[in-house]
Design a protein. Structure first.
Length: 201
């Protein structure tokens, strides 16, 4: 077994303890130190998990989704490793791992459910290819970036929020077309009004 299997957890835990004393709480600093002395710690540690890694990323809803998924998996009797709020970048995950691994570098878990900031998720997946990904609000992000999309949806709130132009069709015919505020808020056609009323019931 390589020297770092034992040395990294020991050094990391010592740095984490000192950091908690100095700052009175969690910190990504231990993760920064471990990334420098042992760049493979993250991938090596998470590779132990028999059921792999679930990555949760996106603009909004990461924390709630991560908690829900972790809770569901725990209700099935699985041991779940997850990173707490505020440590949703690579060195934050490393810092969270340091709190959970034994001095021999063993992680007592079946699966990891990790919340990662979308800007850092790209770096994370280069080190640890996830087995499952939950990407949140991707369509909103694409719309905000100016990408042209054709989307078929009954989600009126979403369409009102992101659409530049709405086309309401019924029985293969275009009934009404225009800006979302016109078509979805003040439609001129009875068929459009009837549809919106039925959906909003």
């Amino acid at each position: 077994m390589a020297w770092n299997s034992f040395a990294t957890p020991l050094i990391g835990k010592a740095v984490r303890a000192a950091s908690r004393l100095a700052h009175g709480g969690g910190s990504a600093f231990p993760g920064k130190i471990v990334e420098r002395i042992d760049p493979q710690f993250l991938s090596r540690t998470l590779a132990q998990l028999p059921l792999g890694v679930v990555l949760v990323s996106g603009t909004n809803g990461k924390t709630t989704t991560t908690r829900m998924v972790a809770s569901m998996l725990q209700s099935l009797g699985l041991k779940v490793f997850t990173n707490p709020t505020g440590s949703n970048f690579t060195r934050g995950v490393v810092s969270s791992l340091l709190a959970e691994v034994s001095l021999s570098g063993k992680l007592d878990a079946d699966i990891a459910v990790l919340e990662l900031d979308e800007a850092y998720a790209v770096h994370f997946v280069k080190q640890v290819p996830p087995d499952y990904c939950l990407l949140l609000n991707v369509m909103r992000d694409l719309a905000a970036s100016g990408m042209t999309m054709i989307v078929v949806t009954h989600e009126l709130g979403f369409a009102r929020e992101v659409a530049g132009d709405v086309v309401f069709m019924d029985k293969g015919e275009i009934v009404e077309q225009g800006p979302p505020q016109q078509v979805l808020v003040a439609p001129s056609q009875a068929r459009t009004r009837d549809f919106i009323a039925a959906v909003l019931k």
